[in-house]
Each structure stands twice: as C-alpha cells, then as structure tokens.
Write a protein that binds this ligand. Structure first.
Ligand SMILES: Cc1cc2nc3c(=O)[nH]c(=O)nc-3n(C[C@H](O)[C@H](O)[C@H](O)COP(=O)(O)OP(=O)(O)OC[C@H]3O[C@@H](n4cnc5c(N)ncnc54)[C@H](O)[C@@H]3O)c2cc1C
Length: 395
C-alpha cells in the first residue's frame, strides 16, 4: 500500500464512526474510514435494543434492520413485581429491537453514499504527530504497514479504544465504572414480543438481566455486572446461568449464540478534542451509565463531530481551540443526562433487594403520567415514605 492523504480520517466503522463520516462527507470534506474487521457490524456484540426518538435528529430512516417495535419496557424487582414503562409515560424513549449488523451496515452505506470511502481489514496501530498535533495514523492492512495523513483524525474505535490514549487524551476508567456483559441468543423461549424486560437486584450486582425479544420464541438474554463486583467473565456467566435456571420460560430454551464485552458506566471523558483529533462514541465513554446503551449517544455525538471536522477543514484550522466546538456541542446535547444517569446508577448499585422491591412496588401502583425524577420520588414518598431518605440526595 502507498501512503494516503485525506481531510478526515475516521478510525472505526461502528455507529459513531459511520455517523461522523457521513456528516463530514455531506459537508464537503474528503473522508476515509478505516475498520480493522473485514465486515462492518459483524460479529455483533450488542443486546440490540434502542430507543427511537433520536433517529430523525441524525438523519436515520427506519429500515430493514428493525426486528421488532416494542410497546414498552418492563422493570422487574427482585420479588418480580413489575413496573411498566410505555410510550405514554416515556415518549419515544421506547423503541426497537434491531439487527445490529444490518444497522451498522446501513449507517456505513449512508456514509459511503455521502462520499466517504472505507478501507476494511485496516487497523490503526499508532498516531502520527507533528509537534504536538495529531496528523493521521500508522495503519496495517493485511499486515502491510503504511501511513494515512489527515487534517483531522477521529477516534471512533469503541470501548477498547487505544487511539485517544495514543494521542494523549485520558480515557481511563475504573473497574467500578465498567460492566462486564454476556448474552445468549436463545430460541424456544417464552418471551413477550411487546416488551424489553429488565430484572434488577442481586441477581446481577451493579447491573441487570435483560430480555430483548427478536421474534416469537427468540430473544437476546443477557446480563451486565459491575466489574468491581466480580472476578471475571466466568462469574458474569454464572449469574446469567443461575437466572436462566430459575426462570422456566427461559430454562427450557436453547442457546444458539453467545457474545461478551464491556460497557462503560462512567461519566464521559473530560476532554474529547486535542490538536488534530476528536474522540467519539464508546471511545469517549458516551454510553448511558444507567442503561448501558451507547448506540444513540454515539450517533448523536457523531453528527456533531462530523460537522465540526468538516468545518475545521474548510476553515483550515485543526487546533484544539477549533475542535472544542465539538466538545461543547455534544456536552450541550448529552452531558446533563449522562451525569444524571451516572448519579442514578451510583445510587442503584447500593440498593438492597428489599429497597428495590419497595421502589418498584411504589412505581407500579402509582399511575405515573410522565416518567421524571420528581414523579418517581413522589410515588416513593406516597407509597413507601420509610425509604424516601434513601433518595434524599436526588431531591
Ligand atoms: C454485550 C453488549 C450489549 C450491548 N447492548 C446494547 C444495546 O442493547 N443497546 C445499545 O444502545 N448499546 C448496547 N451496547 C453498547 C453498544 O454496542 C455501543 O455503545 C456501540 O457499539 C458504540 O458504538 P461505537 O461506534 O462507539 O463503537 P463500536 O460499535 O464498538 O465500533 C468501534 C469500531 O472500531 C473498530 N476498531 C477498533 N479499534 C480499531 C483500530 N485500531 N483500527 C481500526 N478499527 C478499529 C472496531 O472493530 C469497531 O468496528 C452493548 C454493548 C455490549 C458489549
């Protein structure tokens, strides 16, 4: 391979990378996306659940990648009292179960149609620097090394991101801010295709068990457990297997696929831009710390990132001062909710099964018109005043 040159180099063709590429290309920048895997979106490492309210904002049209549209979510307390969240109480926060590989490919097609070019089986192995500024990446394709020079480089390389760190940006997180996830695709189960289900409590310390239905009798059954509360993936698997064994609707099922991986449940990075580089999506710790969902935030930030990248190319200014427009842009859109949900996650991680039972009981019996912190606290105060103190800091 000969060395290459581009305006914008995007490292990683996940949702955040393809969305960044699309918006940079749409606005006239020459964009090159490199992806270390040979196929975009595969293998899938995802529960495949997503809300739908944000799709128009980033220009995604619903497509063949939608498996199911669910009516809502059900939250199960340890004693299996249920609290239902539906479109009326949560608006468009409820949504779809998707074919994640199809979704990622659709975003890449959108980016390619906007003018971005893709190089598959091409991994970044280091960043190029000129003085303190990042000016591209050292890459390998089929083991062959070459360089890609870029005016702006985007680290969209996911949870295990290295590119940001190579560039000198801090992306470190502690084990208490990470969840280990494991999921089976299971057939022959009795799932309810109207709902995504979440089971809370010590069955999944610091996380939850999820059931995302794919079809009648077919579901993604997974678990996320706070990494600081377990010794490794084998323990996460034991928690999931124990939960399945205790639920006859799933114990009779057959596992046909298994995926594992990590999600951050931390606040986002403190700095997402430096001279010549921006980081986006999981690489910038943009996963919602309460739900573990990162597709929406990665895409929303990706649109802002791509727009700022193209603007910086047009302005001929690749400095941190210019690229900080991206930092300010995504924070204005996402940061408040990320911090609020991080605080809520911190609280939920400390609750006993008994408190969870009372919390879900309060929510399930009081008819909530709209899901808000205020309404949730009011429901708790009305039904179980004795546990209000637990949530005092949220007031
Ligand atoms: C088990 C599990 C279940 C999940 N379930 C959900 C869910 O139901 N809903 C939800 O919203 N989120 C879910 N998530 C989180 C979600 O998958 C991520 O938030 C989302 O994929 C983030 O998109 P991204 O583009 O930032 O990163 P990724 O999708 O991880 O994409 C990063 C890309 O960069 C590539 N790459 C990495 N390093 C390099 C390199 N050096 N050179 C070139 N390419 C590179 C990777 O191959 C990858 O394609 C789940 C995560 C896990 C682990």
């Amino acid at each position: 391979m000969q060395d290459l040159k581009t305006d914008v180099l995007v490292i990683g063709a996940g949702p955040a990378g393809s969305m960044t590429a699309k918006w940079a290309a749409k606005q006239g920048a020459h964009v090159l996306v490199i992806e270390k895997r040979q196929e975009i979106g595969s293998p899938v490492r995802c529960g495949e659940g997503m809300s739908k309210d944000w799709l128009p904002e980033v220009g995604i049209k619903p497509g063949k990648w939608i498996n199911l549209e669910v009516e809502g979510a059900r939250i199960f307390a340890p004693n299996e009292t249920v609290f239902e969240i539906n479109e009326k109480s949560a608006g468009n926060e409820v949504g779809y179960v998707v074919e994640r590989d199809g979704f990622d490919k659709a975003l890449a097609i959108d980016a390619a149609n906007a003018g971005a070019e893709f190089l598959l089986k091409t991994a970044a192995v280091g960043v190029l620097k000129d003085g303190g500024r990042v000016v591209g990446a050292r890459v390998k394709q089929f083991g062959e090394p070459f360089e890609i020079r870029a005016k702006v480089t985007i680290a969209a390389d996911g949870f295990e991101s290295q590119v940001g760190r190579w560039a000198g940006l801090s992306t470190n997180i502690s084990t208490r801010d990470m969840d280990s996830c494991l999921q089976y695709r299971m057939t022959n189960v009795d799932c309810d295709t109207r709902y995504c289900d979440f089971y809370l409590g010590k069955i999944a310390p610091g996380g939850y068990v999820w059931i995302f239905p794919k079809d009648q009798g077919l579901a993604n059954v997974g678990i996320g457990v706070q990494l600081s509360k377990i010794t490794g993936m084998a323990e996460a698997r034991k928690y999931l297997d124990d939960w399945i064994a205790k639920h006859p609707a799933y114990a009779k099922g057959k596992k046909i696929d298994m995926v594992g991986g990590g999600v951050s449940i931390s606040p986002p990075v403190k700095q997402s831009a430096a001279d010549g580089i921006m980081i986006v999506g999981d690489a910038a710790r943009m996963i919602d710390p309460l739900t573990g969902g990162g597709i929406a935030n990665g895409c929303i930030a990706g649109k802002i990132c791509g727009t700022v990248a193209a603007n910086s190319v047009h302005a001929g200014d690749f400095s941190k001062a210019f690229l900080d427009r991206y930092d300010r842009g995504w924070r204005a859109r996402l940061e408040e909710k990320l911090y609020r949900n991080w605080l809520a996650k911190e609280k939920l991680c400390t609750l006993s099964d008994e408190i969870f039972n009372k919390l879900v009981d309060a929510l399930s019996t009081v008819h909530l018109q709209k899901l808000s912190v205020h309404n949730i606290l009011k429901a708790v105060r009305d039904k179980h005043p004795e546990i209000t103190q637990e949530f005092a800091e949220f007031l």
